[in-house]
Design a protein around this ligand. Structure first.
Ligand SMILES: NC(=O)c1ccc[n+]([C@@H]2O[C@H](COP(=O)([O-])OP(=O)(O)OC[C@H]3O[C@@H](n4cnc5c(N)ncnc54)[C@H](OP(=O)(O)O)[C@@H]3O)[C@@H](O)[C@H]2O)c1
Length: 287
């Protein structure tokens, strides 16, 4: 397959680039390739003639999105509409990533693809609007909602992922406050890239939840990081209210990979197994 990867040096993009190495892959890097420049995108895709375009680009610093709704919508919504139009015009399938934050967190069991979204912040509204453009404009689309990514390449937007941030804070020796009332499914980008690679070779188009199995709070996740590393920093559980972030976040955004399982995709590992594999690969714990 001829596959273009947008954001190929990002956290997920880097793993996609490795996983799709046996394909004819065209990595696209920001700022040379910018999803907010539709004419440039058009000319690049006209010359590459991809079968599939995988879009990992996003403006996803969630708190900053509250203060910058224009940028948020430009990257997460309008650019996605432009990509979706190009997919129709140039006949490639569009693989696009979205977020667990499209839900409001009022459910107490994992969200499935048919649950109605109800986003709580600017980032989530802009991502959901992007989803709507993809599903409305492109027949051959894979819309993949995921959660709490951690991968070998640091998250480019944030400069770190949650695991790296915990390690960094522990090295600084300061007390670490982590929210203990937001439930998530932390997800390995290595596994997500593998499952994405399997799925996009099929014609089972549509919306999928794609996360590691199991659930935990961010505090529990941090505890597991330090337990595996054999470290005991001063770790303090706090409530979202006490943490007082700018953007509201759902208290429960665990996703069930219902459709992926029905489609016969290989199961994801549990989040703690995936975390162990990640730390082993980084050489931080022995294999
Ligand atoms: N990270 C998470 O925990 C998480 C959770 C749920 C869903 N998601 C979704 O998963 C996807 C991948 O996330 P990630 O963690 O891999 O993100 P990431 O590490 O920030 O990677 C995004 C990539 O896109 C590039 N990019 C940014 N703006 C661009 C633009 N205007 N045009 C073209 N490329 C641009 C970035 O380049 P620069 O680094 O040079 O800016 C980077 O290479 C996103 O759609 C995100 O919304 C992420």
């Amino acid at each position: 397959m001829r596959i273009a990867i947008i954001g190929a040096d990002g956290q997920l993009g880097s793993d996609l680039l490795k996983t799709l190495a046996r394909d004819e892959v065209f990595p696209l890097y920001y700022p040379e390739f910018d999803v907010t420049q539709p004419e440039r995108m058009r000319s690049v895709f006209l010359s590459l003639r991809p079968d599939a375009v995988v879009n990992t680009a996003a403006f996803h610093r969630v708190d900053e999105c509250e203060d910058n709704p224009e940028t948020s919508f430009r990257v997460n919504t309008i650019a996605v509409r432009d990509l979706a139009r190009l997919a129709g015009e140039l006949d490639f399938s569009l693989v696009h990533f979205s977020t667990d934050y499209v839900f409001d967190g009022r459910k107490t069991e994992p969200y499935i693809e048919t649950d109605p979204p109800n986003p709580l912040n600017v980032y989530a509204v802009s991502k959901l609007a992007g989803e709507y453009f993809v599903s409305a404009l492109v027949e051959k689309h894979f819309l993949l909602r995921t959660c709490g990514l951690f991968g070998q390449a640091s998250c480019r937007e944030k400069g770190y992922n949650f695991v790296d941030r915990m390690i960094m804070l522990a090295e600084q020796g300061k007390p670490i406050r982590v929210v203990d009332d937001q439930w998530v499914s932390p997800t390995s980008t290595a596994e997500l890239a593998e499952r994405t690679s399997d799925l996009i070779r099929t014609d089972h188009y549509g919306l999928y939840h794609m996360t590691s199995e199991g659930q935990c709070t961010w505090f529990r996740f941090a505890q597991e990081v330090f337990s595996l590393l054999g470290k005991s920093p001063r770790l303090e559980p706090v409530s979202s209210r006490a943490f007082a972030a700018t953007a509201r976040r759902p208290l429960y955004s665990v996703l069930e990979n219902k459709r992926a399982k029905e489609t016969g995709l290989r199961d994801f590992s549990s989040w703690d197994e995936a975390l162990r594999a990640y730390l082993e690969k980084r050489g931080l714990i022995p294999r």
